[in-house]
Design a protein around this ligand. Structure first.
Ligand SMILES: Cc1cc2nc3c(=O)[nH]c(=O)nc-3n(C[C@H](O)[C@H](O)[C@H](O)COP(=O)(O)OP(=O)(O)OC[C@H]3O[C@@H](n4cnc5c(N)ncnc54)[C@H](O)[C@@H]3O)c2cc1C
Ligand code: SF4
Length: 511
């Protein structure tokens, strides 16, 4: 039976059982398409990373002796749409059966289901064999429970997969979570090792994208492309993380610095989201390294890292599949303002935003706290419509795929789901940013001032947000302290803060 197997750009799993279960009549199909380059405006490095990774995966398949049809963006048979490409191949090659792996995005899931229904040949869908949970596992786990606390899901995952667990059923080190010790400010020491780079020449891929007229954002140095796009490079980044960065990962997980783009972060999200690396192999490698170096690496560094992958990553995917398709429309705080223009240029005098956005445009990267407490925080304080915030995050980051981008952005960062993911909104005044970073020292604004020309804009916006949304958050225990401070504030002081905030809201691009 002649079988056509589709491999999407984020399904580059070398360990998939497909590659052990095929024969001479199996034809693999990998395709670069305008439907994927154009569904949002992506960072140029993101498009390049996917195309490079797909090409390397095709090379690997061919090295294994597999038959592959590979359409590049400018291929003459490429119709640029999944449905028509597949229908034509089935016709031309006399295919009897079409097989695909379940996509992670709702958009593609619907498209492929519809396509499978329409095709006249037999079809079958397979798991991607990547995640540690099935699409509906989180939904089932929380069935009948009042809240969807990540922590309880995370503990369930630790037990289920026997990760960092003692034989007696207790967590390794005696505690489930070392979050409290993951909050140090980085003050120039310890030294941060240079990230593991690759200096790849990607000129051909960039030219192909530009010649096709694909509209992108951000910068690229085509002679020094720095992201891992093969399995062996991805494994090198993982090794580098274990050898040089893990030792301080947890301590400085929330720290920010204008000159340090990556600090002690792993830069593994693209490798995992494209499925070049499997989450369990990343976790196992890190734990093995820790076990061999227990005297040098504290458990808090390791647990902090494991929690991100075993906990947050699987949790976000579960929320996505539980809540879609309604999730993409939620806007519980009824935010309607526009994203400031400076999100696309970094041209703002607010030093923290300037650096977080410039990093994102230059490297297609910002670490979690920059995404949450700088760009996300400011957008929420402004009351930007979540559609616009989503579009920005979905485009700009190397790792941005909707299943993980949307619950993080709409849910965790913008509270648009009314508190499903985050139990309180992640908003802060300038003082949190000052506590966790070195941005304020070099800023035109003064973090200690609340009103007036030199006042840090985060300050008045923060109090204005609380005052405006007071009713909504009434009764939320995690907001009790913030609201009680608001209530104690002198009414003239609050009026002055809100008046200053209104000026910023009128024209944020002036700041
Ligand atoms: C507003 C916002 C949007 C985000 N959008 C994305 C996105 O589109 N794609 C994406 O992969 N991550 C997203 N994240 C989560 C996180 O910021 C990135 O995974 C991380 O910065 C990637 O860099 P790293 O590989 O160096 O991560 P590290 O800090 O080294 O963490 C290790 C790994 O843990 C996983 N991880 C950590 N935090 C999360 C999280 N909250 N959700 C899911 N996985 C997590 C990632 O796979 C990451 O590679 C977003 C976070 C926020 C606040
Ligand atoms: S003073 Fe305010 S705007 Fe400037 S860097 Fe600090 S927090 Fe950001």
């Amino acid at each position: 039976m002649k079988t056509l197997r589709l491999i999407l750009g984020d399904q580059l799993n070398h360990k998939h059982s497909w590659y052990k279960n095929d024969d001479a009549d199996t034809l693999y199909f990998v395709v670069e398409m305008r439907q994927e380059t154009d569904y949002t405006r992506h960072h140029i490095q993101k498009v390049v990373a996917f195309f490079e990774a797909m090409e390397a995966f095709v090379d690997w398949l061919r090295d294994q002796g597999k038959k592959v049809v590979y359409y590049k963006l400018d291929g003459k048979n490429n119709t640029q749409k999944l449905g028509t490409n597949i229908a034509a191949l089935i016709e031309d090659r006399g295919i009897d059966k079409f097989e695909y792996q379940l996509p992670d995005e709702y958009r593609l899931d619907e498209q492929l289901r519809q396509l499978a229904d329409d095709l006249s040949v037999e079809t079958e869908a397979f798991d991607t064999e990547h995640f540690l949970t099935g699409r509906d596992e989180l939904k089932e786990f929380f069935e009948g429970k009042k809240s969807l606390l990540m922590e309880s899901f995370y503990r369930h995952m630790r037990r289920k997969h026997d990760v960092l667990m003692h034989k007696n059923g207790k967590p390794e080190g005696g505690k489930w979570n070392y979050d409290q010790s993951n909050r140090k400010k980085w003050k120039g020491k310890p030294d941060i090792p240079h990230e593991k780079g690759f200096r790849k020449d990607v000129r051909k891929t960039v030219k192909r994208i530009q010649d096709a007229g694909v509209k992108t954002i951000g910068k690229i140095d085509p002679l020094n492309f720095n992201w891992p796009t093969t399995r062996s490079d991805s494994l090198k980044v993982l090794r580098y993380f274990c050898d040089h960065l893990l030792v301080h990962f947890g301590d400085y997980q929330d720290a920010m610095d204008p000159e340090e783009v990556y600090l002690f972060h792993s830069r593994l999200s693209f490798a995992m989201n494209s499925k070049l690396l499997q989450p369990l192999e990343v976790i196992d490698t890190v734990i093995e390294h820790w076990e061999a170096n227990k005297g040098d690496i504290e458990i808090s560094q390791v647990e902090g890292f494991v929690r991100q992958i075993l906990g947050w990553r699987e949790y976000m995917r579960g929320i996505y599949w539980k809540e879609m398709p309604g999730y993409r429309r939620c806007n519980r705080l009824d935010n309607q303002r526009n994203l400031p223009d400076f999100y696309w240029s970094g041209d703002t005098q607010m030093n923290c935003l300037h650096h977080a956005i410039r990093n994102s445009l230059d490297h297609a990267y910002a670490h979690h706290i920059q995404r949450l407490m700088i760009t996300g925080n400011f957008a929420l304080l402004l009351g930007v419509h979540p559609d616009q915030v989503d579009a920005w995050y979905l485009g700009i980051y190397i790792d941005a795929i909707e299943w993980v981008e949307m619950p993080n952005t709409r849910g965790m960062s913008q509270f648009a789901d009314g508190g499903l993911v985050a139990t309180k909104p992640y908003v802060s005044s300038g003082s949190y940013i000052h506590k966790m970073s070195n941005y304020c020292e070099g800023c035109r604004y003064r973090v200690t001032e609340k009103t007036g020309e030199d006042a840090c804009p985060f300050n008045s916006l923060y109090w204005n947000f609380l005052a405006e949304k007071r009713e909504y958050f009434e009764g939320n225990q995690r907001m009790a302290m913030m609201l009680s401070t608001l209530d104690k504030m002198d009414s003239d002081q609050l009026a002055a803060l809100q008046s200053h905030a209104r000026e910023i809201l009128r024209s944020p691009d002036r700041y």
